[in-house]
Design a protein around this ligand. Structure first.
Ligand code: 1GP
Length: 256
């Protein structure tokens, strides 16, 4: 069987209009192996497309063991969503090589990447150059504080669109619009829609998605993949609800 790379899967799905759903596991929030296994089992049962592993500030050392636990339990691809160059686990499938293009902090535009590059070069991880854009969510999120950057205002879609265009012109292959974990407001449909129309890359949207309706709104606005973390930590049934909503959207397309 040919193993498809994650970026290829996302690009193919985008071309067909197929939507995807990723469960974000923050190693700091799930330190219990049994709880993690429960989440993995629910994700298998509900046909979750990807696991994203990461957080802006990780104080627990379970990063590698969570990746291993998932890899030992299922074939759902594991994508690292790192908060710094310390968040690398060689057993994952891919890493979002995030450049924080909404900000002007050189460390997160290129600095951390230089340090991580020789380590990643020796790994078998799929490295996905990703334009990471923080969108203002109504509160100071951990990622905004930790990155020391100002998010793009949620009511300024043109700034987000121009930022994404520039990122694509620089060769970034994926765009990620993030309101930040636990955001009060998710990324607005207008921002998603304008970015969608401005670039050809697959588009990930996350941050503050607390209901299946919010996930569907983001996908209908043009997201190819929605990421949900905090909402599932608070209400595990949200995993089932988002998954079923995404399945329904894809079923309506009549493509397999
Ligand atoms: C955060 O996009 C992710 O970086 C997911 O956010 O935890 O709010 O779902 P939530």
């Amino acid at each position: 069987m040919t193993v498809r790379r994650i970026l290829e899967i996302l690009s193919l799905r985008k071309a067909q209009g197929i939507k995807s759903f990723a469960v974000l596991i923050d190693p700091d929030k799930i330190t219990d192996r049994a709880a993690c296994q429960k989440l993995i089992n629910m994700s298998i049962e509900n046909k979750v497309d990807f696991f994203f592993i990461g957080g802006s500030l990780i104080t627990d050392d379970s990063y590698n063991s969570i990746v291993d636990q998932i890899k030992n339990s299922c074939t759902i691809p594991v994508v690292l969503f790192p908060g710094s160059n310390m968040h690398i686990s060689f057993n994952a499938d891919a890493i979002l090589f995030l450049s924080l293009i909404s900000g002007r902090n050189p460390e997160l535009l290129i600095g951390q990447h230089v340090v991580a590059a020789p380590i990643l070069k020796k790994s078998s991880l799929e490295i996905i150059p990703t334009g990471y854009m923080l969108i203002n969510s109504g509160c100071t999120t951990t990622v905004a504080y930790m990155s020391n950057t100002s998010p793009i205002p949620n009511n300024k879609p043109s700034i987000a669109a121009c930022t994404a265009m520039a990122g694509e012109m620089l060769g970034l292959r994926l765009m990620y619009l993030d309101a930040g974990s636990g955001a009060l407001e998710p990324v607005s449909p207008k921002v998603i829609n304008m970015v969608r129309k401005s670039v050809e890359t697959p588009l990930i949207v996350g941050g503050g998605i607390r209901t299946a309706h919010m996930a569907v709104t983001a996908l209908q606005a043009g997201a190819d993949l929605v990421v949900v973390g905090n909402g599932i930590e608070k209400n595990p049934n949200l995993l089932i609800e988002v998954s079923s909503a995404v399945t329904d959207m894809n079923a309506a397309l009549n493509v397999h």
